[in-house]
Structure formats: C-alpha cells, structure tokens
Design a protein around this ligand. Structure first.
Ligand code: 5GP
Length: 215
C-alpha cells in the first residue's frame, strides 16, 4: 500500500499570490494535487469552473453542507468557501500531497479534523505591495479591496498558530521553500522563526495603510 500523501494548508492574505505559487509548484513537480474548493463568489475573468473553483449558488453550497460533503467551510467577505472532502481523501490515499488554499477559519477546522496537516502562511513583502497587487489585479472594486485588506489585518493576529511562515517576495524562492518544507516539515519552524516578526510588522502596516486610504 502506498504511503498516504500529506495534507498541506496554504493560507495567506488576499493578493499575496497563493494561486500563482501553487500553480508553479504543481508545474514543477507532479506529486501534488490542488484541492478545488467550492465557492459562492462569481468567477473572475479567466477562471474556469472545476479548475480554480467549483462555482456554486448558495443553494448548491448549502446542499454540500447538509450532505456532509465538505471537510471545512467558512464565510469570507460575503461569500462561502469550502473544501470538498472526497477528492482530498482519494488523492492522499493515492500518495499525492494535497494542497489546500484556504483562509484561517477553514485552516483551523482542518487542523482539528486532521491534526497531521501542515499549516503554512504566505506573507507579502509589504502592505504596500499587497495593496498594489490587489489594485493591479483589477478583479475587485475598491470597496472589496478595502474589505479584503481589513480581513488581512484581522487574520494577521492568528499567523503565529501556523507551523510555518513564508514570504512571497520572489516566486522561484518561495516555491522551492514550500517544496522543501513539505518534504522536510521540520523546516517549517525554521522559516517561522525567520519570518514571524514580519507578520507583526505587516499587521501594523496594513492597519496604517487602511487608515490612510480612509477606512
Ligand atoms: P478568493 O476569492 O481571493 O479566491 O479567495 C478568498 C479567500 O478564500 C482566500 O483567503 C482563500 O484562501 C480562501 N479560500 C478559498 N477556498 C477556500 C475553502 O475551500 N475554504 C476556506 N475556508 N477558504 C477558502
């Protein structure tokens, strides 16, 4: 029987580039499986149903909850997001490492259900970079961008409960660090130690930036 694959939670502020990091990790190595979440938010340009997300309406999402088919779910700036349980189980049993791109509430639910899960948090190099990435992405209104930044400031308080903290300044470096940690989870603590100060600084930077932008 194959050894079970790992369950890797990757959280990070909106706009930090989690999607890009995960796509690049999967392009480089074939041992990973990306868990496609269900969501009630509308697709962004270029997003494909079944690839980035399963785009559902509220009724369909509630049905998944009722049928107990989600490993976790949470609300995020007015929409629902959840992880379908079956593919996670199937792929881990096939020996692949399963990557979950989920926010903090969901991350803690998964950790409770699967204590062996590795929890990693991705940080941007600065609040300004995060803000610019969200604005340049052009997929959200300014109101939504401010909501997402405010949520980031709230989330920052919980980063210390993650096993590892990485800074996504350079895509190549970040992808390789992630790959290394998954193969040697003890490295998570090393990167956490290196980057935990950055998390505290970022929280203050985000709050200041929101004040300046009139939030
Ligand atoms: P976005 O709308 O930018 O794609 O995602 C918004 C937030 O929802 C991100 O922090 C992302 O990690 C999180 N998210 C995506 N899928 C899931 C999920 O299945 N469960 C939870 N709890 N969060 C998710």
């Amino acid at each position: 029987m194959k050894e079970q694959g790992m369950l890797v939670i990757i959280s990070g502020f909106s706009g930090v580039g989690k999607g890009t990091v995960i796509k690049e990790l999967m392009r480089r190595y074939d041992e990973y499986f990306f868990s496609v979440s269900a969501t009630t938010r509308s697709p962004r340009e270029g997003e494909v149903h079944g690839r980035e997300y399963l785009f559902l309406n509220e009724e369909e999402f509630q049905q998944l909850i009722e049928e107990n088919r989600l490993l976790e779910y949470a609300g995020y700036t007015g929409c629902h997001y959840g992880t379908p349980a079956d593919p996670v189980k199937r792929e881990r049993e096939a020996g692949r490492h399963v990557l979950l791109d989920i926010e903090i509430q969901g991350a803690f639910q998964v950790k409770k259900a699967c204590p062996e899960a590795l929890m990693l948090f991705l940080l941007p190099p600065s609040a300004e970079v995060l803000y610019r990435r969200l604005v340049n992405r052009g997929t959200e209104t300014m109101e939504k961008i401010h909501k997402r930044m405010a949520r980031s400031a709230e989330e920052a308080a919980y980063i210390d409960r993650y096993d590892g903290i990485l800074v996504n300044e350079n895509l190549d470096v970040c992808v390789e660090q992630l790959h290394q940690i998954i193969h040697n989870p003890e490295l998570a603590a090393k990167y956490k130690k290196e980057n935990r100060m950055a998390a505290g600084t970022l929280q203050k930077e985000i709050e200041k930036l929101l004040e300046e932008k009139g939030e």
